[in-house]
Design a protein around this ligand. Structure first.
Ligand code: FE2
Length: 275
């Protein structure tokens, strides 16, 4: 059977790439430190495959077809199409169709109905953490797209349950495979809103404390109440909640957090201690 060998979370704000040269040296240093340790932990997990949970920023889906959750089951995925992200070295990222299909079948058996796609482009939400953390060579990627972008959203409780289901899918996959889970996005940020650029540091720190200390119900209740006031980008913390669910709600280990005004995002990095 496959082994769940690592669970991780990372912010992915696009200005981490777009505005890198304009950031204050201390901002660059803070991000480099977080990504470097994230990369060290991912590399140490010696992964064959990595399930990456990210939103789709209007690349694959639009208002005419906006799934709540979509699993990429293709042999490969296209690299990021953003014109400012040409430095990303992979135009194709290998997928893992067998594991992806097993995730979908497990989901259906547990009363989830994800959509599936055989052809996805993986935007900056997937690729910034992989690139900045210097994950090389890349494990096979199973993309899971959560709609964190346009309401109505999946509930936090449901995202947590999705993560728990992912862990079950990994552990029941017939194959000698080391599999990781990476949730990307958040923490607080506001994009295209009247308060664009606002970072809600109090929310971010409360959020981290709940990941560290609270049970799943308390964490989800906190987020349902407070996330809507922390900027539309904070919705992406759903992907961290799914990672937390994959870890059974235990072992959250903060790598680092800093509000980075130059990228408009409260940037966080974490992994979960398994055992
Ligand atoms: Fe995003």
């Amino acid at each position: 059977m496959a082994e769940l060998a690592g669970i991780f979370a990372s912010s992915h704000g696009p200005m981490i790439v777009r505005s890198w040269d304009k950031l204050a040296p201390a901002e660059r240093q803070s991000l480099d430190t977080g990504f470097q340790e994230l990369g060290r932990r991912i590399t140490a997990a010696k992964l064959d495959a990595l399930i990456v949970i990210s939103p789709d920023h209007w690349v694959n889906f639009f208002l005419d077809n906006l799934p709540s959750i979509c699993v990429g089951v293709g042999e490969s995925h296209d690299g990021p199409p953003e014109p400012w992200f040409k430095a990303f070295p992979h135009r194709k990222l290998a997928g893992h169709p067998a594991l992806a299909e097993h995730v979908v079948r497990t989901a259906l058996a547990r009363d989830f109905e994800p959509s599936v796609s055989y052809q996805l482009a993986l935007d900056h939400g997937f690729c910034i953490p992989l690139w900045k953390a210097k994950v090389d060579p890349l494990p096979a990627i199973v993309p899971v797209i959560f709609n964190d972008i346009e309401p109505p959203f999946p509930s936090f409780k449901r995202c947590y349950a999705w993560g728990a289901m992912l862990a079950e899918a990994v552990k029941s996959f017939p194959g000698n495979l080391r599999v990781g889970v990476l949730g990307t996005g958040g923490l607080s940020h506001s994009i295209g809103e009247a308060d664009m650029g606002r970072i809600d540091e109090a929310f971010d720190r409360d959020c981290i404390r709940h990941f560290e200390r609270s049970d799943a119900a308390t964490l989800c209740d906190f987020l349902a109440e407070r996330q809507p006031g922390a900027g539309n980008g904070a919705s992406e913390v759903r992907n961290w909640v799914a990672a937390h669910g994959a870890a059974g709600g235990r072992g959250f280990d903060l790598i680092g957090y800093a509000p980075i005004p130059g990228v408009y995002v409260g940037c966080g990095f974490a992994s979960w201690k398994l055992g």
